[in-house]
Ligand binder design. Structure first.
Ligand code: BGC
Length: 449
């Protein structure tokens, strides 16, 4: 996972005087229906992101890392997979807050991790608190195709729980297996590569998820779609891997939205966080991308909104701005959401916000530090009492205790962020259990567990 701030870039942008007739860095410079300036300020080039949105990105058009200049397909096709919904959804997503009237199914893999972690605590009082974490809903990450068959097992159990309790179950998943995943960082690089059949492999991964869900129309499935991916397309097309991945990311996410809609999955696309897309200069480009992608996908009815702060540490409402947020008026998730929501049209302006590791504030040296941040505590527990009509639910997306990335510089997938002074040392590979980190999350939980 990459949890990046564009603070440096934005500071630079704010210093560039407005040049009449020229679009600024990261501003829109073209697209269907666009009537503004189509030339970009010096040092940036107008790049086509999709038919509806071109953006002034750093670099010249001849620079290999500045992104493709060709138009990616609005509605990607593949020989073996349809790119438009092929059937009427078997479950029509309900209007209104999808979390209402449901019991959230507890993640079995997380329950196992917590059960194994509790006996390792030396303090029995803290161990008792840790045991309670197993009862707090987290999302189930389908971070490799081999995990997809387990989804059917969970849905079967969730269905049985719904029938015996009389209240339908809601299963929370993260769809996270893009080819060339985590294009601007290293720690969470995934199993598929674009060069090696990645798009077809991803379509197959989505098809398998759909097949698992189809037999259980009585269970509501809520999905976070591809953490970091679209945010990387907004701010990180200067990174060669992201520029090279953008067409594929757009095709894959379009396919995911359309196909998951056919089985009624309620989807929240990942939208980074306040310190990433929440910078004022990034809001409009982000909204443009969400709006245009949604439209070009055929406005899939399963798409409910956006997920913010996934695996990050920002407060929903900060008591006071963390000094590292200086320069960004949107210094917490609520401010970010309130700034972004009015720009979303026709993309639906509904949100969920990860607060799983946001209990302790003012612990980072830089806003862009995202890896196993030292001193983090569990945050506000999942609730529909969010304080905003834009926000459907506070959630825990990142299963607290699972690692963000290895701190071992000679290990595969090492990312330097995981060895910073504000990252917890002796960290194992991303996604694996990090006992010391879990213990701190429990001890520093705010509110207490
Ligand atoms: C890892 C995934 C893991 C997820 C949740 C990501 O950083 O790359 O493997 O499933 O975190 O812990």
């Amino acid at each position: 996972m990459m949890k990046r701030t564009s603070a440096g870039l934005i500071t630079l942008v704010s210093l560039i005087p407005f040049v009449l007739g020229q679009a600024q860095e990261f501003a829109q410079c073209g697209g269907i229906g666009f009537t503004g300036a189509t030339t970009c300020v010096a040092g940036t080039t107008c790049q086509v992101l999709n038919p509806y949105f071109s953006q002034c990105l750093p670099g010249s058009s001849s620079a290999p890392s500045s992104g493709p200049t060709t138009t990616p397909p609005a509605n990607p096709t593949s020989s073996s997979h349809s790119s438009t919904p092929t059937s009427t959804p078997t479950t029509t997503p309900a209007a209104g807050n999808p979390f209402e009237g449901h019991n959230i199914f507890l993640s079995p893999p997380y329950a196992s991790e917590v059960a194994a972690a509790v006996p390792q605590f030396t303090n029995s009082a803290t161990a008792a608190l840790a045991a309670k974490v197993a009862d707090i809903p987290t999302f189930i990450w389908l971070d490799e195709v081999a995990k997809v068959p387990s989804l059917g097992t969970y849905l079967s159990a969730a269905s049985a729980q719904g029938k015996s309790s009389g209240t339908p179950s809601l299963v929370q998943i993260v769809v996270y297996d893009l080819p060339d995943r985590d294009c601007s960082a290293d720690a969470s690089n995934g199993e598929f590569t674009i060069a090696d059949n990645g798009q077809a492999n991803y379509f197959n991964y989505i098809d398998q998820i759909v097949a698992q869900i189809k037999p259980f129309p009585d269970v509501r499935v809520v999905a976070v779609i591809e953490p970091d991916s679209l945010a990387n397309l907004v701010t990180n097309l200067g990174v060669a891997e992201c520029a090279a991945a953008q067409t594929t990311y757009l095709a894959c996410i379009t396919y995911a939205m359309q196909q998951l809609t056919t089985v009624g999955v309620i989807q929240y696309l990942d939208a980074g966080h306040a310190g990433w897309l929440g910078w004022p200069a990034n809001l409009q480009p982000a909204a443009q991308l969400f709006n245009s992608l949604y439209t070009s996908a055929g406005s899939p009815s399963g798409v409910r909104g956006l997920a913010t702060n996934v695996a990050n540490y920002n407060a929903l409402v900060a008591a006071s701005p963390d000094p590292i947020t200086s320069g960004n008026p949107n210094f917490d998730e609520m401010l970010y959401i309130e700034a972004l929501a009015p720009l979303l049209d026709p993309f639906p302006a509904h949100f969920i916000v990860d607060q799983g590791r946001s209990g302790v504030q003012d612990i980072r040296s830089q806003w862009g530090d995202w890896c196993n941040v030292l001193g983090a505590g569990f945050g506000t527990q999942p609730t529909l009492n969010t304080g905003s009509s834009f926000i459907d639910s506070i959630v825990w997306v990142k299963p607290g205790g699972e690692c963000d990335g290895t701190s071992n510089s000679s290990a595969p997938r090492f990312d330097p962020h995981c060895a910073l002074s504000d990252a917890t040392p002796n960290a194992p590979q991303a996604g694996t259990w990090f006992q010391a980190y879990f213990e701190t999350l429990v001890e520093k939980a705010n509110p207490p567990i």
